[in-house]
Design a protein around this ligand. Structure first.
Ligand code: PGA
Length: 250
C-alpha cells in the first residue's frame, strides 16, 4: 500500500484528483468506480476544474458507483445519482449514458443486483475504485458483519450509518433504511483502489482498517490484501497511522 499524506483537505483532494486524472490520461476509455459522501467532493471539484480548462476529458470514460439508496429515484435530492450529477457528472464532459449506479427504484431487487454485476463484468471490470471509509469501517454500504460480502446486494443500514447520513435529510426518519451496494468481492476485483480519508474523526478507523486485524467487523480492513491500494489522507486522518510508524510517501 502507498500512503500519501497531505497537510489538509484541499491538498488531499488535489492528490486524489491527480491519481484519478492520471488513470484517465493513461487510458481515456477507463472504467472508474466512484463514491459519494463528503470526502471525495474536493477531488470531484478539482477534476471538474481541470475538465473545464480543457486539460482532461472524460468523454470515453465509464463510471460505476458503489451504491444507491433503495426507494430514491434519480430526481430525489438525496439520491446518489443526484449527488453525482451535481458534484461531478454535470460538471464534466462524460456522456450521461456512460455513468452507472444501481437503480434505487428497480422493482426486483435481486434482478437489479444481477444486472449491476453483469454490467461491471461487461465493461471489463473496474480500473480504479475510489473509496471513502465510514466511521464504522464500512466501504460502499458494506457494514460490519460476520463475513465479507460478495457481489452487489441489498443491505439494511446500521443505526450508526443512518445517524451519520441523517445530516443530509430533514429528519432521521427520512433516511432510507436499505441500499444497494457493490459487494466486497466486487470492490476487491478492481485493478487499483484509491481510498480518501480526511479529518481527526477518521484517524481511529483509518488506523484500525490499515494496521488492525483483517476482519469483516471492519470491512475496509480487507483492503490490506489488495495489491494496488493508495491511501490518500490529510494529517489529521493519518495521525494515528503515522504515530504507529506507517510509511508515508509525502
Ligand atoms: P464521508 O463518508 O466521506 O461522508 O465521511 C464516507 C463513507 O461513509 O463511506
Amino acid at each position: 500500500m502507498r500512503i500519501y499524506c497531505a497537510k489538509d483537505y484541499e491538498g488531499m483532494s488535489r492528490r486524489a484528483a491527480n491519481i484519478i486524472a492520471a488513470h484517465v490520461v493513461v487510458d481515456p476509455a477507463c472504467v472508474l468506480g466512484l463514491a459519494t459522501g463528503s470526502t471525495p467532493v474536493g477531488a470531484y471539484q478539482e477534476l471538474s476544474r481541470r475538465c473545464a480548462q480543457g486539460d482532461l476529458s472524460f468523454s470515453r470514460v465509464h463510471t460505476v458507483n458503489l451504491d444507491e439508496y433503495v426507494g430514491l429515484g434519480s430526481e430525489h435530492p438525496q439520491s446518489y445519482r443526484y449527488f453525482m450529477r451535481k458534484n461531478l457528472f454535470g460538471q464534466i464532459d462524460i456522456p450521461p449514458a456512460n455513468t452507472h449506479l444501481p437503480d434505487g427504484l428497480a422493482p426486483d431487487a435481486e434482478a437489479e443486483c444481477s444486472r449491476y454485476d453483469r454490467l461491471i463484468r461487461e465493461l471489463g471490470g473496474i480500473d480504479l475504485q475510489l473509496l471513502g471509509i465510514g466511521h464504522n469501517g464500512h466501504i460502499g454500504f458494506n457494514e460490519p458483519d460476520q463475513a465479507f460480502t460478495l457481489g452487489t446486494h441489498q443491505v439494511r443500514l446500521t443505526q450508526s450509518t443512518i445517524e451519520a447520513n441523517a445530516r443530509f435529510f430533514a429528519t432521521e426518519a427520512e433516511v432510507p433504511r436499505a441500499a444497494y451496494t457493490m459487494g466486497i468481492k466486487t470492490i476487491m476485483q478492481a485493478r487499483a483502489i484509491l481510498v480518501v480519508v480526511s479529518g481527526a474523526e477518521k484517524a481511529d478507523i483509518a488506523y484500525r482498517a490499515f494496521l488492525g486485524p483483517v476482519t469483516p467487523q471492519v470491512p475496509a480492513s480487507i483492503l490490506q490484501l489488495h495489491p494496488h491500494v493508495t491511501l490518500c489522507g490529510d494529517l489529521a486522518a493519518l495521525s494515528k497511522l503515522m504515530e504507529a510508524g506507517a510509511e508515508v510517501c509525502g
